[in-house]
Write a protein that binds this ligand. Structure first.
Ligand SMILES: O=P(O)(O)OC[C@H]1O[C@H](O)[C@H](O)[C@@H](O)[C@@H]1O
Length: 486
């Protein structure tokens, strides 16, 4: 039986050689080529980027061959390339889109396939649905629009894809152009004057060389580690959170650095360590950045966040009379709001952000540079800036719990969530219920809980944001009791 290929929160992922086989990768490439040809934008070409995982080059070549066979020229990024840089290359070449081969922060046996359309932001569901339909048709040996089948020569009744004259593959590194573009967004002069000391951990990933190059040229004193290819990621996960950041924390404090900056496997997510060795969570960094854009840069505009992201952003937006756009989890929705609602910042709790003037794709390199710019311009540590924010807007305590379930438990919880409408939670009345993605319940003093199934991992997530640590624990416990998740 053929493996069901679907695009989750962020592309198709699978275990290499089990699901993520050359045959399946070629199949998905054909389905994307069909989508592009159906849209009649094939002649603009497609960018292909890949990270540092096993067989990355070979998978990229297989994808290029499939596009070429369908008459679509290929711009192949040289070497491992971050997802945001691959997305930026779409703009450079005015291409029809990009394929990024990466499993982001997943364990080493995985690889993945993302399609980034011409907007240079993640594909929205109406596009991935179309690609999934094309995959199903091609798997069944049926023709699909944009992909013609012709009778196979010498094999009676058999059909094969009609191969178009080959269109070729241009090798190109978008490194320089991306860096030039970044220099138009980040205040590198102030970073230069501040004489910062920064430790960088690109986690053996596609982001190796970027922060080093930009910050090194801006005169920062750098210490860099995990900066060579290792598809086993040194035995950890290329995920810039939790245990994976321990060494960075130690190096920052031991070296008396101003900052520690980490990237995930494809450099679209960030991890930030402050001078005191503390991890700055995305729910802290996003308000820091919005505050920086509003006060230091003097920008005005709305902010886009997911349903799982801190409401401290809402408090700031309210003070500056700006709207806030809440979406389901997934940067694709934030990217859409960045494009359509003229937001100055879009970000999410899982560690993705972008700002006005940049592409609508999450970018860990940009996030790290903005952290350096903030420290340089404010002349203070991020924790010190955060203290001023708490004084002005109040403090919120957020946490995400990941609950592993069996497929049966998952079905049971999803069933229960359908009519999960408690009138009271953690001792307070529930005043609002939001069902954009899972179930979010807001209680009288503004604290909230969200329960949703992950679209990338076999687990449920319970997100809580409260006005005190005690309230956070109370809310978490109450939800677990009510859903029988203890
Ligand atoms: O909570 P999940 O559905 O597992 O998604 C978690 C994250 O996965 C990927 O990294 C997506 O790019 C993000 O937009 C999303 O926030």
């Amino acid at each position: 039986m053929s493996h069901k290929i679907s695009f989750g929160t962020d592309g198709w992922r699978g275990i290499i050689a089990k699901d993520f086989t050359f045959d399946n990768v070629r199949l998905v490439a054909r389905a994307v080529a069909a989508y592009i040809n159906e849209e009649a934008i094939g002649e603009r070409g497609i960018v292909i980027g890949r990270d540092n995982r096993f067989l990355a080059e070979e998978f990229a070549e297989a994808v290029a061959e499939e596009f070429n066979k369908q008459g679509i020229p290929v711009y192949m990024c040289c070497g491992a390339t971050p997802t945001p840089v691959t997305a930026y290359a779409i703009k450079l070449h005015q291409a029809a889109g990009a394929v990024m081969l990466t499993a982001s922060h997943n364990p080493p046996p995985y690889n993945g396939f993302k399609f980034i359309p011409e907007t240079a932001g993640p594909a929205l569901p109406h596009i991935t649905k179309k690609i999934e339909e094309n995959i199903a048709k091609l798997q069944a040996g049926e023709p699909c629009e944009g992909y013609s089948l012709i009778p196979a020569e010498g094999r009676y009744g058999a059909l094969v894809a009609e191969e178009k004259p080959t269109t070729g593959c241009t090798m190109h590194s978008p490194f320089e152009e991306y860096i030039e573009h970044i220099a138009t967004i980040i205040d590198l002069d102030t970073i230069r004057q501040a004489g910062l000391k920064i430790v960088i951990d690109p986690m053996f990933g596609a982001g190796i060389g970027y922060l080093e190059h930009i910050l090194g040229n801006a005169g920062a004193e750098l210490e860099v580690f995990h900066n060579h290819r290792d598809p086993l990621f040194g035995g950890t996960l290329p995920e810039p959170t939790g245990k994976s950041l321990e060494e960075l924390k130690q190096r920052v404090t031991a070296g008396k650095a101003h900052l520690g900056l980490a990237l995930d496997g494809d450099a679209d997510r960030f991890g930030i360590i402050d001078a005191n060795g503390e991890y700055i969570t995305p729910n802290q960094f996003l308000p820091l950045l919005y505050y920086h854009l509003l006060t230091v840069k003097g920008w005005r505009g709305p902010v886009a966040r997911t349903v799982a992201t801190t409401h401290l952003l809402d408090r700031m937006a309210a003070k500056y009379n700006q709207p806030i756009y809440e979406s389901p989890v997934g940067f694709k929705y934030i990217g859409q709001n960045l494009l359509e609602k003229d937001c100055i910042l879009g970000g999410e709790e899982s560690g993705g952000l972008s700002i006005k003037g940049h592409i609508p794709e999450k970018d860990g390199i940009l996030a790290g540079l903005l952290a350096a710019e903030m420290v340089a311009q404010h002349g203070k540590s991020l924790t010190a800036i955060l203290e001023s924010i708490y004084q002005e807007f109040g403090r919120l305590f957020s946490e995400r719990l990941d609950i592993h379930t069996t497929p049966q438990q998952k079905t049971a919880i999803l069933e229960q969530l359908k009519d999960f409408s408690p009138t009271e939670l953690g001792g307070q009345p529930v005043i609002d219920k939001i069902t954009l993605d899972g179930v979010k319940l807001i209680v009288a003093d503004g604290a909230w809980v969200l329960i949703r199934a992950s679209g990338t991992e076999p687990l449920f997530r319970i997100y809580t944001e409260a006005n005190s640590l005690e309230q956070k624990v109370r809310l978490q416990q109450d939800v677990k009791n009510k859903l029988d998740l203890n």
